[in-house]
Design a protein around this ligand. Structure first.
Ligand code: ZN
Length: 422
């Protein structure tokens, strides 16, 4: 049987971006370089559904993924991120009237930061599910009101009832998205007072920016506002709101059980043509972007410079893998102390804390998420360092990318063929 769209079941799929060998995980931490280098690789074969706009990796093989306690996805060591989380909590509490006597269920709660904060700030009870949850990391008076289940959500948890069901940065890791939404919908039944809130990366921005570092194996499913809204409607939900947060990086959809079929309610849902146009130019944009970055890295190394990247999560792994960075990269920095001394899947680089840069003294630092640029600048200044910070985003608008074919690679970079591959 041929592959069909996992959101609508349609078969009019347009392949538009392919990378043959990428690390199957990017947030899994390894104790040794050997293990990190040996970790399985998979293929990206990204397709766009002309019927519903859903984007997915047709080559995704769930058996290559290992979500466990060694999965280190949290961004909660960043003050900027914690501030966002607090604002989000307070907004959700106000929108859905969360408080004592009510229950919040979080599917894919990670280390539990959001759920704990939500329960602390509202007084509600919580249930959180995630195989990578680590009980020793939760220190809160609200912990006694929260039940954590270290497992994936599935039909065996259909009995869990809540007034508020949230699912943050999880749907994009799930292949059979329609099946998943149907399961959640079936647990709600006709309780129309139950609020459902999902947060996930916005793919419209990724396509616009040619942000290849945001396309990686762990994410097998990619949504824009239109495709997300269509999936929710098709699985029996009525939309309450649809919007972007965190400088436009994330999408939020809020819904409840629909009494019957619903019509599109938000202008942003009507994006099929626009997304298809973005999809058509994505691969070319990525090729030009990687070319430009490779030239920049080569020129820097040839001048005897040292180079670091800040952010060892998925964006970092994807960036290193796409540029083929090996010894050119002098440091991979992360502020999460649980990552220090561990090794990155695929490239095998060791992750260090910001303090290590005092010895390495890089002149150039690529910032994997631009939202943290000012926070990083301050940390570096406290260490007495002032490298050039290059945030990865917005280049699309700020710089005119040259056509990839116009640059004869070897001549332009002067790099040895084996030094960099793009
Ligand atoms: Zn579809």
């Amino acid at each position: 049987m041929s592959f069909v769209c996992q959101a609508c079941g349609g078969s009019d799929l347009k392949p538009f971006y392919r990378v043959p060998r990428v690390p199957a995980h990017s947030c899994l931490m390894f104790d040794t370089r050997r293990e990190a280098l040996a970790f399985p690789r998979g293929e990206l074969d990204i397709v766009f559904c002309r019927g519903c706009g859903f984007i997915q990796n047709r080559a995704f093989d769930a058996s290559l993924t290992r979500y466990s306690a060694a999965y280190e996805e949290t961004q909660a060591y960043s003050p900027r991120f914690l501030e966002f989380l607090r604002e989000l909590c307070d907004d959700q509490i106000a929108r859905f009237g969360l408080g004592p006597g009510r229950t919040a269920l979080e599917i894919g709660c990670g280390k539990g930061e959001f759920l704990v904060m939500l329960c602390e700030r509202s007084g509600c009870r919580g249930i959180g599910l995630d195989p990578s949850y680590r009980p020793e990391r939760t220190r809160s008076e609200a912990a006694s009101r929260i039940e954590f289940i270290r497992d994936f959500y599935g039909p065996r948890y259909a009995h869990l009832q809540a007034d508020y069901i949230c699912c943050r940065h999880t749907l994009e890791h799930i292949g059979p998205v329609r099946e998943f939404m149907r399961l959640i919908r079936s647990t709600i039944g006709d309780r129309r007072e139950v609020a459902v809130s999902f947060e996930l990366p916005d793919t419209e921005r990724v396509l616009e920016e040619g942000a290849f570092w945001d396309v990686y194996y762990e994410h097998c499913s990619y949504f824009t506002r239109g495709s997300l809204a269509r999936l929710f409607r098709a699985t029996g939900f009525e939309l309450l709101d649809l919007y972007k947060v965190y400088d436009g990086q994330y999408l939020i959809i809020e819904a409840r059980a629909a009494a019957g079929p619903t019509e599109a309610a938000f202008a942003a849902e009507d994006d099929l043509e626009r997304i298809e146009a973005l999809v058509e130019r994505f691969a070319d944009r990525v090729a030009r972007y990687t070319e430009m970055l490779a030239r920049e890295v080569c020129a820097h190394k040839q001048a005897g410079g040292r180079l670091a990247i800040w952010g060892s999560g998925s964006k970092g792994v994807s960036f290193i893998s796409a540029l083929g960075l090996g010894e050119e990269l002098d440091a991979v920095v992360d502020i999460n102390p649980h990552k220090h001394g561990k090794f990155l899947a695929g490239s095998g680089h060791e992750i260090v804390g910001p303090g290590a840069l005092q010895q390495i003294r890089p002149e150039l630092v690529y910032v994997m998420n631009p939202i943290y640029t000012e926070e990083i600048r301050r940390i570096l200044e406290e260490l007495g360092l002032r490298p050039r910070l290059v945030p990865l985003a917005g280049l699309d608008d700020a710089r005119d990318l040259p056509a990839a074919t116009a640059i004869p690679r070897a001549a332009a970079t002067g790099c040895d063929a084996g030094t960099l591959r793009t």
